[in-house]
Design a protein around this ligand. Sequence first.
Ligand code: PMP
Length: 360
Amino acid sequence: MTHRAYNFSAGPAMLPEPVLTKAAGEMLNYKGSGMSVMELSHRSGWFSEIMDDAQGLLRELMHIPDNYRVLFLQGGASLQFLMAPMNLMNDSKKMDYVNTGAWSKKAIAEAKKLGDVKVVADSSDKTFSYIPSIDPAEIRKDAAFIHFTFNNTIYGTRFTDLPQTNIPLITDMSSGILSEVIDVSDYGLIYAGAQKNIGPAGVTIVIVRDDLIGKKEHLPSMLDYKKYADNNSMFNTPPTYAIYMAKLVFEHLKEQGGVEAMEQVNREKARMVYDEIDNSKLFRAHVAGEKDRSLMNIPFFSDSEEINSRFLSEAENQGLLTLKGHRSVGGMRASIYNAMPLEGCRKLADFIKKFDAKNA
Ligand code: PMP
């Protein structure tokens, strides 16, 4: 391949080309240090600046209020399935969850190891193809929080209405962060792995309201948000290169007009792809209801396995890569995070149209 592919992977996923070019240019000698970023001490002035910039830019992009802490952790979103309840659980040990698919289930399984979990809404009856409505009466008043998966990477659904409650909301925003405008102050805690909309795998971002942390006395240090908050996320060696790449992505997003501009393009990109799926004879999207459709992950199928595999191999010949659906769902999935250019979505939409005309 002589040019960059349109990579529709669910994550690790595409990164903006200008970011990769910049990182390549700074690889051997970062700002006259004579070292690559990977070789810099995390206590050096160079790295402190990277860390402060990364945090400052994310605050700016997401309009994060001052009473929220931004933490850079490791362990992926999967560690947050455990760490969030461990830090935020109260004496009642009650925690409420919404089950919208595989990642919610994993979060629920970890919380069950710690306390009393109630699933207050569930969309398993229709293979997680919709967002269930949440009856506020189901949410327990003495629960410490309610947890939901903001964007369901595998099933392609996304929350647009938040649970109506006074207890803190925790959301797994791994595949939705920075893709659309949200109001951080609606949430108690937001967490996200980086490898979709932020940067390379290896760093996990936690945005947490100040008053929710530091209440537990005997947490293991590496699992205590307070330890990270008090040490500017450098209680131990942070994933320095992943944080540097995240900083470059944040700079790039800012140059592009921020999350507001990204959301507009993302809506346009998603519309192009859904339209051709909906207009085709061969294919249907897993999620029928427009309101619940993810802007980031679009699973779609034909009923014929033979058609699915021919579609995938012909797409690959066109430079449209990694469109195979998640192993639990099958068919195809187009993941179109911020770094997927509009042109990539147009090419995919055109390809769906032509393939359908030829084979239907
Ligand atoms: N939550 C969601 C919504 C995800 O999409 C993923 C990864 N695809 C995870 C959690 C797990 O993330 P990690 O591999 O970073 O632990």
